[in-house]
Write a protein that binds this ligand. Sequence first.
Ligand code: FO1
Length: 317
Amino acid sequence: MNVLALSGGVGGAKLALGLSRCLAPDELTIVANTADDFTHLGLRICPDLDTVMYTLAEISNPEVGWGQQDETWQCLGALSDLGAESWFRLGDRDLATHLVRTERLGDGQTLSHLTEYLCEQLNIQHQLVPMADQSVSTQVDTEMGRFSFQHYFVRERCEPKVTGFEFEGIEQARPSPGFQAALVDRAEGDDGPIVICPSNPFVSVEPMLALPGVRTTMVDSHRPVIAVSPIVGGEALKGPAAKMMAELGIEQSAMSVANYYGNLIDGFVIDTVDAELQPMIEQSGIPTIVTNTVMVTLADRIQLAEDVLSFAATLRS
Ligand code: FO1
């Protein structure tokens, strides 16, 4: 079985870890969004890629989900003393990742090669790849003007009212070699599902789908595409997805997520608190299962991964 998982940051990373506990290294490819990436203090920072990488290596900060556990903040404090920008919290251990990445990118290595190297150093067995090797940069249009993603998300605390998004550089970018290889249909019967992890549909998943050729390949594929709702009880478990929905005039519900993905998906997974939405979503033509999608413990992550894989086995694209 070849399973392809598309992940944003914290929520997606949790399911990616669950999948990695159910599947052998050669059965799973995890693609991380890189449209949140930015250059800060001269360092290339890939927040979603690092969140997934640290989660798979089981060294992520359990409180916030991003950055490393047992982190110290000496450098951040010193930056602040020097009057440098300190709104983006870079921990001392995390900084090492950005230093190695920035140096090697400067030497001409691709983000794919670098990610493979970092994963190897962190003893990650499963394949984690960036969505693209070229730079794509999410711009958030708001009533207070345009912000690059991390400026909107962290510096402005998602407060400005969102009016739209642009993924700068998307037309020139291409799916990374690892993403492309995992996307292509293999022999019939050999292909597992494509899993859209519970990540923000607008800014975490959409950039991966918007890469040239990805959406059409997924729609045309005979593999089942299954999305897990990041909206539970009308709220996002983490991040601004529900707030963005309200600001974009979309009802804040798991149903809206199913509608957003539309004919791209062959199956949808919602939380038990949203069980009453199941008949409505199924009426719109999308087979839907109800299960616990709130992944607090490792057992929850593994259970959801098992539920998604068993559901996939019942579906044909
Ligand atoms: N998120 C925050 O809310 N505040 C931060 O200061 C912050 C720093 C940070 C540093 C490295 C990293 O890899 C991620 C970091 N994040 C921070 C998370 C990140 O901004 C978001 O989780 C994603 O971009 C959204 O998926």
